[in-house]
Every structure is written in structure tokens, then in C-alpha cells.
Write a protein that binds this ligand. Structure first.
Ligand code: ATP
Ligand code: TYR
Length: 537
């Protein structure tokens, strides 16, 4: 390995391996792991395919306090150099259930824990296959954040190029090809989202960069790809990846049997991303969900083959590059949180309001909540243990029903939507649910106004004339809270239909004159969780 020394960081040997004779392709700062902001360097101006490439930027942190909210104060602190507390991030991931597998874990652990060692650079990629990330993707952001908080450099990659190809990992059939326009739109949305989320990553100023792999792929010709990348990959190894193997045996779909050459090649694109980031940013770690193992190891293999001659070969203990996977986040039904399964928990507030995200997390079963607190929040472990203990009804400081879920929902909603988003979610939840206890009276006007103002409480508008004096059964269907009158009748029999907290006992009951709060609002409830604000016009 050629240790690169930088005048600005005199005395430090950076954990970046420089490519011999490659000085013109990246600056000395970039070689030492520090890369200055190049605003707009991924501008789409020069691309003749109209592919959106406008994603690359450094993330400026919202505030230093975001970083300090997750101090790790136990015995794992490794180093106090480089202007921050360095802790053993691998150990943190392990104890939080965020470590599924790693290539050469011992070598990586010893590099990360070495006193005085330079920060390393780590990346995670996200393909713009939709216009928003979802709760499953949040794990990648969280693991990156742990690295940033431990003093390392982190790169979030938006796959403008890989999105055009389609990752076969975990897919039983060929992915539909997305159109360039859709991809452009999605890339812009995901880029913005990554930027926003990584602002709360913690860590040092300028420790986060967002890149788009179209930057390097759109320049590359197919012949160059075959000569510079394909030549270093073995077809046998490529075929042995789960993502390919499982498809080779799969039945025919409308495009034919097996896997297309396009999707088969995907692993080399992701592999080359790692090579590119290794060379240009000294990035030596890639993280991803466990389904990404094949693609990640395609990258570590390529780096070994392509870069071992450029750099000093790997030592006995350490590797040129490492891969880490985290377990997939699965719901109580055992299905992975994703978008293909439907019902995605989107991180974009316009696709799923903070209130709905909060409510979803509130429904986490007791058996999962501690696991999710460890994986999805930055609460310190002793705090998580305390919450687990306080879930027991025998505990003197018992949290009460859903107490741990409320903490989980608040922490995650705040991380994704900020304090304002959480406040909104709490206001709506209070208005819709806590009023239920006041069985002898309607919710207050204040609660209704908070709900209406928030703009994303479940709501409907109906003309006053079709509500006042009408049968409750008809109003529930007209408002869209129940699909049919028979469904409402069934629920009335089960004692589950309420109008402004008043129990409806008979299917002939009408909505009375004066029942609407402020002559405007009525809370309709079909069961404990399914509620709606009805506004009279
Ligand atoms: N439920 C999940 N838990 C943990 N990581 C996930 C989960 N879903 C996706 N990821 C990770 O997020 C990154 C991007 O995933 P990708 O966009 O392929 O997944 P996805 O949105 O679940 O796709 P799809 O639902 O279409 O399969 C990958 O590193 C992947 O492993
Ligand atoms: N293959 C990843 C996304 C990704 C794209 C490019 C990369 O370099 C890394 C990761 C996924 O679909 O989840």
C-alpha cells in the first residue's frame, strides 16, 4: 500500500490507497479521504440521454447537536483524535442487531479499532426504482449514520445508472424496465431525500457525500466496460450468486426463462461502483441489506483483481476492501419491509404522512419493539434496556399500554420528518385517539382544528344536508370510512361504531341536529383504529 500523506493533515497516514500515476484523476485531498465540495458537478447539462444526474453534493450538517444526541459513553471509545470521539462502530452494529455478515470481519474490526487510525470511508447504494425510499431502506441510512457518528466518512449513492438496469437480488422474475423520464424523476426525489436524511446523520461537518453512479457510467463505452471490468470477472463466480442461481432455475415468465443478460450484468455495475469509489474517494467499505451480499462481494473481488497491482497487495490480516451486510427488516408476518410487497412505509411525507408513519410504528407487536428500538433508533443501549424492563406490568415505573411503541414511533418519525413532523403526528393522534376515552362527550373544537390544519388526518367533506338527519349507516359509507352499509351494520352489532364518541346502538339511528362540533366537525369511528374527521360544508 502506498500511504498518502497530505500537507493539511501532516503526520497522519490516511487509510486510503492511492492509485499509482492517477494523480490527475483526483486531488491530493481526495486521496487522503477529504474531498472538497464540488457543487453541481453532476449536472445533467452534458448528458445527451436526458438522464437526470443532478444528485452529487456534500451534505452540510443541520447542527452540531444532531451529532451529540448519540454519544456512546461506555468502554468502546477508541480514539479522541480528529476532532471527535471515535468508537468501535462494528461493536455498536453487532449489539444493535445491525450486523448480519462481513467479509474478513476480523481484519475490518482490527482496522476500525486501531488507535490513531484514520477515518475510513463507507458507502451504501439506493436504486431510484421509486420516487421515495421506504422504512426498509432506512436501515442503510442508519448504519451510515453510525459510521458518521463514529468519525468516518460516508457516501450515499443514488443509482441513476444501476436503476436503468435493475437489480435481480431477491427478485423471482425480471424487473420491468423503468422509462428514462420516470428514472429522472425518481433520481431527483431520492437524491433530495438522501440529502435531507443524511443531514441528521451526525458526525463531523462535511463527512457526508451524495453521489450518482451515472456520473461515471454515462462516460463509459460498452467496449471499455468489457475490457476494463468484464475481463476481471469470472462467469462461474457470477453464476454462483444467489440472485442469479435462483433465477436460472426459475420457470418462464413473459420474457422467457431464467435471467436476462442485462440483470445478470448488474453485479458488475455495482461491483464497479465500489472500484470507482475506492479509487476516487478511498472508500473501502460497502454496506447493504443481506440481499446485497452477492453484489457487494462482486465489488470486493473486483477491487482485489483490479487494484491489487495498483496498490500494495492485501496483507495477511487486512483486505483492500470490506463488505458489511445488515439483516433485512421484516414485519411480524415475516415479510420484508419493501415496496414490491405493497403497503410500503414511505419516507416521503407526501406519500405517507408523518401521522400514518407514527401510527404504523405504534402497531409494532411487543415481540418486535425492542428489536426495532435497537435497529431503528439511536437511543443508547442502556436506555433501550430500561424501556424493555419498563414494558413489564410488574415494573414500578411501568410504561403503560404501547409505551415502548410510542417511544419507537416518536424516535423514527422525528428522524425522518423532524420535530415538526412528529408534533403534527402527535397532535392528530391525540385528537383522534385520546378523545376516545371521553365516552360521554365529543372531541374539543381545538382537537378538530389541529386535525383539520394538519391537512393529513383521515378526513372527508360532505354537504350538511346529506349528514344532518341522515342515518349513521349511510353517512359512514358516503364518507368512505366503510365500504358498505352491511359492513357498518355488522360493526354496530359489535359495538364498534361511534359518532363523536357516542356509541351508535341501532342501525336506524340518525345524526342529530347540533351533533357537529362548531356546526362543522364530526369524528366518525369504525373500530378503535379506523377514524375520520368529517367536515360539513
Ligand atoms: N426491509 C429491508 N430491510 C433492510 N434493508 C432493506 C430492506 N429493504 C431494502 N433494503 C436495503 O435497501 C437498499 C435498497 O434496496 P431496494 O431498493 O432494492 O429494495 P426494495 O425497495 O426493498 O426493493 P423491492 O421492494 O422492489 O424489492 C439495499 O441495501 C437493500 O438491502
Ligand atoms: N443494488 C442496490 C442498490 C445499489 C446500487 C449501486 C451500488 O453501487 C450499490 C447499491 C439495491 O438495489 O438495493
Amino acid at each position: 500500500m502506498i500511504g498518502v500523506h497530505c500537507a493539511a493533515h501532516a503526520g497522519h497516514k490516511y487509510a486510503v490507497r492511492a492509485r499509482r500515476g492517477a494523480a490527475s484523476t483526483f486531488s491530493l485531498h481526495q486521496r487522503c479521504g477529504y474531498w472538497p465540495l464540488r457543487q453541481g458537478r453532476l449536472d445533467a447539462g452534458s448528458d445527451n440521454n436526458n438522464l437526470n444526474n443532478n444528485v452529487g453534493f456534500r451534505v452540510r450538517k443541520a447542527s452540531a447537536s444532531a451529532a451529540s444526541s448519540s454519544s456512546v459513553r461506555d468502554g468502546r471509545v477508541v480514539d479522541h483524535s480528529e476532532g471527535g470521539v471515535r468508537f468501535d462502530v462494528l461493536e455498536v452494529l453487532r449489539e444493535r442487531g445491525l450486523l448480519n455478515d462481513a467479509t474478513n470481519e476480523l481484519g475490518l474490526a482490527s482496522e476500525l479499532a486501531r488507535k490513531g487510525a484514520s477515518p475510513m470511508a463507507v458507502y451504501c447504494g439506493f436504486d431510484p426504482t421509486a420516487d421515495s425510499l421506504h422504512l426498509g431502506n432506512l436501515l442503510g441510512i442508519i448504519v451510515l449514520s453510525w459510521f458518521a457518528r463514529a468519525g468516518h466518512k460516508v457516501i450515499a449513492l443514488c443509482g441513476g445508472a444501476t436503476g436503468l438496469v435493475g437489480d435481480p437480488s431477491g427478485k423471482s422474475a425480471e424487473r420491468p424496465m423503468l422509462g428514462v423520464e420516470t428514472l429522472n424523476h425518481n433520481t431527483a426525489c431520492i437524491g433530495d431525500q438522501l440529502k435531507g436524511l443524511m443531514e441528521h446523520a451526525g458526525g463531523a461537518e462535511d463527512s457526508v457525500e451524495i453521489v450518482n453512479n451515472l456520473e461515471w457510467f454515462q462516460e463509459m463505452t460498452f467496449l471499455n466496460f468489457l475490457r476494463d471490468v468484464g475481463k476481471y470477472a469470472r462467469v462461474g463466480t457470477m453464476m454462483s450468486k444467489d440472485s442469479v442461481k435462483s433465477r436460472m432455475d426459475s420457470g418462464a415468465d413473459e420474457q422467457g426463462q431464467g435471467i436476462s443478460f442485462t440483470e445478470f450484468s448488474y453485479q458488475l455495475l455495482q461491483g464497479y461502483d465500489f472500484v470507482h469509489l475506492y479509487r476516487s474517494r478511498g472508500c473501502r467499505i460497502q454496506i447493504g441489506g443481506s440481499d446485497q451480499w452477492g453484489n457487494i462481494t462482486a465489488g470486493t473481488d473486483l477491487i482485489r483483481r483490479l487494484c491489487a497491482q495498483e496498490d500494495q497487495a492485501e496483507s495477511e490480516d487486512t483486505s483492500l476492501a470490506y463488505g458489511i451486510t445488515f439483516p433485512l427488516l421484516v414485519g411480524s408476518d415475516g415479510k420484508k419491509f419493501g415496496k414490491s410487497e405493497g403497503g410500503a412505509i414511505w419516507l416521503d411525507g407526501d406519500k405517507l404522512s408523518p401521522y400514518h408513519m407514527y401510527q404504523h410504528l405504534l402497531r409494532t407487536p411487543d415481540s418486535d419493539v425492542v428489536k426495532f428500538l435497537k435497529m431503528l433508533t439511536f437511543l443508547e443501549m442502556p436506555e433501550v434496556d430500561r424501556i424493555r424492563d419498563r414494558m413489564s406490568p410488574d415494573h414500578e415505573d411501568h410504561l403503560g399500554p404501547n409505551g415502548a411503541q410510542k417511544i419507537l414511533a416518536s424516535e423514527v418519525t422525528r428522524f425522518v420528518h423532524g420535530q415538526q413532523g412528529l408534533d403534527q403526528a402527535l397532535k392528530i393522534t391525540k385528537g383522534l385517539f385520546e378523545s376516545q376515552k371521553k365516552t360521554d362527550g365529543p372531541p374539543s373544537l381545538e382537537a378538530f382544528e389541529a386535525l383539520a390544519l394538519s391537512g393529513n388526518a383521515p378526513s372527508a367533506e360532505l354537504p350538511r344536508s346529506s349528514v344532518v338527519g341522515a342515518a349513521a349507516v349511510d353517512v359512514f359509507v358516503a364518507a368512505g370510512l366503510q365500504p358498505s352499509k352491511s359492513a357498518v351494520r355488522r360493526m354496530i352489532k359489535g359495538g364498534a361504531i361511534r359518532v363523536n364518541n357516542r356509541l351508535v346502538n341501532d342501525e336506524a339511528e340518525l345524526i342529530a341536529e347540533g351533533e357537529a362540533v362548531d356546526d362543522r366537525y364530526i369524528l366518525l369511528a369504525a373500530g378503535k383504529k379506523n377514524k375520520m374527521v368529517l367536515e360539513l360544508k
